[in-house]
Design a protein around this ligand. Structure first.
Ligand code: ADP
Ligand SMILES: Nc1ccn([C@@H]2O[C@H](COP(=O)(O)O)[C@@H](O)[C@H]2O)c(=O)n1
Length: 209
């Protein structure tokens, strides 16, 4: 059986999750059970439970070193080879992994979304289709402020400080240059109906092959 792994990359709050979830939600009931699955790169942030909370707040979460990309690569290879994996789950409020894992079965179509997927050479090799969500950074910042305060337990001050110290500089160092590794660059992210339909058609075509 041929399996296809699709990467959805882009800045934080660019709309990667919305884009991925829209494709998943619109296809999941049309396809055979278990044909499509989604994995988040954020699940592979390193475990920091051994560090005091104050230290965890100082981590640069936008640098490749913050992730356990080796484990992610290993899991993607296992999924491609038809094996189920236990994906970690992440707690943004605690800045570390939670105790639970999530079992992901080897789907024929696997969508993977995350900020640094295309900047890592080893990870890039795992992807059959590479998409970059290209959203202006000021729009990402506005969305991130709202989301991080509502859903990730952050204050306005902490979002602004983190944005200046790491999020913005790491975007220009790692994420923006990785756009050129993409097969498709998508504007308007999760609201780009044409782009969503193109990926959906490609998935349906692959499943018919
Ligand atoms: N095109 C869009 N228009 C309006 N809001 C959007 C759009 N894309 C995403 N959002 C909203 O912005 C926030 C961040 O989007 P999300 O998909 O979680 O970003 P990412 O996964 O890239 O971090 C969410 O609240 C989401 O609903
Ligand atoms: N403890 C953490 C871990 C990550 N972040 C931020 O999350 C962003 C990536 O997730 P998206 O859903 O926004 O793509 C990344 O920019 C990290 O700064 C965090 O704030 N705290």
């Amino acid at each position: 059986m041929t399996r296809t792994i699709i990467a959805i990359a882009g800045a934080s709050a660019s709309g990667k999750s919305l884009f991925s979830q829209t494709i998943y939600n619109e296809l999941v009931n049309e396809l055979e059970p278990g044909a499509i699955a989604v994995i988040e790169e954020d699940a592979y942030y390193k475990d920091q439970s051994h560090l005091p909370f104050d230290h965890r707040t100082q981590t640069n979460y936008d640098h490749p070193e913050a992730f356990e990309h080796e484990l992610m690569c290993k899991h993607l290879t296992q999924l491609r080879n038809g094996k189920a994996v236990e994906v970690p789950t992440y707690d943004y409020a605690q800045h570390t992994r939670s105790d639970k894992t999530r079992t992901v079965m080897p789907a024929q179509i696997l969508i993977v979304e995350g900020i640094l997927l295309l900047s890592d050479k080893a990870l890039r090799k795992e992807f059959d289709i590479k998409v970059f969500i290209d959203t202006p950074l000021d729009i990402c910042l506005m969305r991130r402020m709202q989301r991080d305060m509502e859903q990730r337990g952050r204050t306005l001050q902490s979002v602004v400080e983190q944005y200046q110290a790491t999020v913005r500089p790491m975007f220009y160092q790692f994420i923006e240059p990785s756009k050129h590794k993409a097969d498709l660059v998508v504007t308007r992210g999760g609201m780009n109906r044409v782009a969503i339909d193109i990926i959906k058609s490609k998935i349906k075509y692959l499943l018919q092959e």
